[in-house]
Design a binder for this molecule. Structure first.
Ligand code: BGC
Length: 457
């Protein structure tokens, strides 16, 4: 009897039965496609050869996007401000905080061997200096359930959201931020570290700087995303009556970068001081940057956005890379080429990005690479299958050429709260009915899970 079963009150067999029923329901009219895709995959397996032994095959989530009711965070507060830039309220999200036993069992039953998820710092340290053993125990149970299902655990200590008190004091721009984060890392590692296979200090700490380069739909002409965010910051500071307020998305890119670099270094040292053997890295957001035909600032962008982080990665045990598409770099990122197929988040459908990015990241850092996020936002699951198959073919080519890639983690296990864009973009392998919390397995989950099980395309 496993903890997952006890907590759920249903057997593994029943869970599987419900899951297959869900596939049948969820894939109505698409089942034929699902089967065809599975067959095509098996044929490719025979032709393509296996991935390395012990390759990590996983799915990822992040606390704020799936747990629900992360009320002590900066983001929850921002969601409820008048004129909020959040399209939806996160609310109960996927209620993963309570439903994790069945979600983790589902992931394992699909064929994956790895789960990447994150801690919600604001739950563990809801007030500065108070560490909740009850909440630490919650994450300990999550890690334990993973191990009961034979899963490797990738634990991210901070994935964008932060405790409200931390944001009120200036977030990552606060000169004490690194020490405050390191104390949290030390406490969490003491409580959880023996169950963590790969720890990550920070998710995509290069985003604040990357926002200076992005051109996204919905941003006023001539403005960068960073400028738009900062325009909102002055107002938020008044609304929350905190002149220092800053957070991951809204702060000054360069000051945030300094704070995040220091937080990573001190956080890493704190983790290592408790568990020297625990592999520690972080997850870098990387676009497949390509030079625009004229006037490209490609190298300047790389140095600005990734440079200090690639340097930090050289002192890590591994680097997690996260990529979704390419960008053509002019003076800033240019919009996708005319006529390109776009995903729900306005990105170009470009699965080749993974191969290019792992080659680049491995060459620049010399440390083992794990793809810790890759995926596509679409309502059309056939495109998700195509995306994953092409992405993985590229990863395999890189591995065959000697690039040290240790794993591939899909974003995301479930459709979830996509930050400011709310619940519209569908990145999940599994659909979630937000009213009933019913999970429906999509054909792409079966296809990817079978690739994982076979360890071959
Ligand atoms: C983030 C995820 C996000 C995903 C898709 C990554 O930048 O780590 O939290 O949901 O991209 O946009």
């Amino acid at each position: 009897m496993e903890l997952g079963e006890r907590t759920l009150g249903i057997s593994r067999r029943e869970l599987l039965r419900r899951a297959s029923a869900a596939v049948a329901v969820g894939a109505m009219g698409k089942l034929a496609f699902g089967e065809a895709a599975i067959e095509a995959s098996s044929a490719a397996a025979k032709a393509g050869g296996a991935f390395p032994e012990k390759f990590l095959w996983g799915c990822a989530t992040a606390a704020y996007q799936v747990e629900g009711n992360d009320t002590n965070t900066d983001l929850w507060m921002l969601e409820y401000l008048p004129g909020s830039m959040f399209k939806d309220h996160s609310g109960d999200a996927c209620n993963h905080y309570h439903l994790y036993p069945q979600d983790i069992a589902m992931l394992a039953d699909l064929g994956f061997n790895t789960y990447r998820f994150s801690l919600e710092w604001a739950r563990i340290e809801p007030e500065e200096g108070f560490f909740s053993n009850a909440e630490l125990d919650h994450y300990r149970r999550m890690l334990a359930v993973c191990h009961e299902h034979g899963l490797t655990t990738l634990l991210t200590y901070s994935h964008f959201s932060m405790p409200r008190w931390f944001a009120m004091k200036g977030g990552w721009e606060n000169p004490q931020a690194a020490d405050l984060f390191a104390r949290f890392c030390e406490k969490a590692t003491r409580h959880l570290g023996d169950l963590v296979d790969y720890a990550s200090t920070l998710n995509e700490p290069d985003i604040p700087q990357l926002l200076n380069w992005l051109d996204l739909p919905g941003v006023a002409a001539g403005m960068t995303v960073a400028q738009m965010m900062q325009a909102g910051l002055a107002n938020v500071r008044k609304q929350v009556n905190a002149p220092q307020f800053s957070n991951f998305f809204m702060g000054d890119g360069k000051r945030n970068r300094e704070g995040l670099l220091a937080a990573h270094a001190k956080g890493r040292d704190a983790m290592k001081s408790v568990r020297p053997a625990m592999p520690v890295g972080f997850n870098l957001a990387m676009q497949d940057d390509q030079a625009a035909p004229e006037g490209s600032h490609l190298e300047e962008k790389r140095a600005d956005v990734y440079g200090p982080w690639l340097e930090a990665a050289r002192h890590c045990d591994y680097l997690g890379v996260q990529t979704y598409s390419r960008s053509l770099v002019g003076t800033k990122d240019l919009p996708p080429p005319k006529g390109a197929e776009l995903t729900q988040t306005g990105m170009e459908f470009y699965p080749e990005c993974v191969e290019h990015v792992v080659r680049y990241a491995a060459k620049e850092t010399g440390v083992p690479i794990i793809v810790t996020e890759n995926g596509i936002a679409t309502e059309d699951d056939t495109r998700r299958v195509a995306y994953y198959q092409q992405a993985l073919a590229g990863v395999k080519r890189a591995i065959d050429d000697g690039v040290d890639v240790r794993g591939y983690v899909a974003w995301s296990l479930m459709d979830n709260f996509e930050w400011m864009s709310g619940y519209t973009p569908k990145f999940g392998l599994v659909a979630v009915d937000l009213k009933t919390q019913r999970r429906t397995i999509k054909p792409s989950a079966t296809v990817l899970g079978n690739i994982a099980r076979r360890n071959a395309l």
